[in-house]
Design a protein around this ligand. Sequence first.
Ligand code: SF4
Ligand SMILES: [Zn+2]
Length: 341
Amino acid sequence: MSLTTVVRELRRKQKVKFNPPGRPTAVWTGKDVLDGKEIPALTIIFQTSGCRWNNCTMCGYVYDSAQTAPSHDDLMKQFEYAMSRCRDDEIIVKIFTSGSFLDDSEIPLQTRSEMLTRLDADGRVKKVIAETRPEYVTPDKLSECTTVFGKPFEVAMGLETSSDMIRKDCINKGFTFSDFVRASDTGKDKGVSTKAYLMMKPPFLSEGTAISDMVSSISDAAPYAGTISMNLCNVQRGTLVDEMFERRDYRPPWLWSAIEVLEKGKASNPDTVILSDPVGAGSKRGPHNCGKCDNDVAEAIRIFSVTQDTSVFSNLYCECKELWEKIVELEGLTYGAHLVK
Ligand code: SF4
Ligand SMILES: [Zn+2]
């Protein structure tokens, strides 16, 4: 049975929540980095018809999608609602759709152009980052965007790993590293920068393999992405990862593992901005250590993401670190079974 069949079967059993079509799935303000300085960031998750691929093993975003495709007016209402939440004088706007902003079936050209035109005219907006799969990053699509939006524009792609084998057999992502490279090169030609999202510890990997996969992925992606953001896999409802977690076949990554990756990744690629927001840190379904040190370690990861200074990690210690070291050493010998919850 293929991973696509398994994921589709799980999707079929889930209920999709109803959200009013004129409201985005989520909007919040946080922090990001622009030209080496911290800046407020407005993150908008638009409620669209959802990702056309919709086959990834760890992704539960489909359950946030609209049951029927929102109209242009609905999407513009979502946009206005989100922008009205912004209270800052200078912001980066980060656009997600739980899919691809550049896919016309999610955001039609007219809607995308109107949003970008308004963002261009809004003096508070310093940069826009929009998430998309690489197949929608074409010269025409980027020209449509840059014609109406003259400020820094970045496409963010969920590369997840530079290993085609892990991306295919653990994530079922449906594109290759060379697809990502082509999209990044297309961006370069059009003056559009690239951000790569990586995924630490998708299913079927031991803790040690997950670490080495991320360390090599950062170095492989760095020539094509000025910013690399490493997501630490968390267990989203209705996914294959959730199914495996419930059967005790999956444990999210240790926060110590994330630190090892960030230290090594930054040492090898000092000019690349490397970020990680440890969403759900400390919970059983999110990246976690022993429970006692999780808050401190997660906070250090957040500080590193803003400062890019790995010295923030140097004074962290907890007795669980020795256990983690043993797990990294031994888990590769257990044929996929994890040693500690
Ligand atoms: S991870 Fe991205 S590409 Fe994969 S199903 Fe989710 S939204 Fe689609
Ligand atoms: Zn601990």
